[in-house]
Ligand binder design. Sequence first.
Ligand SMILES: [Ca+2]
Length: 74
Amino acid sequence: MATLKLNEIEITASRKIFDACDLNGDGFIDQEEFHALLNVLDGDVSRAECQLDFEIADTAGDGFIEFIGAPGRS
Ligand SMILES: [Ca+2]
């Protein structure tokens, strides 16, 4: 069960990162928040680069990045 415990720790860590990126606290990362995140991580990131990465991360294609395992927007 060590693997399960590790996953729980990883999920908790990921959740903290996600919450830190979710600037307005609505439970989703929108393109503005994502662009701000990329600028922190990589420095100068263009809007075009941000758009490409966002589309990959936006698995639902709804314009928001949601935390994996979180309930969907209603
Ligand atoms: Ca947000």
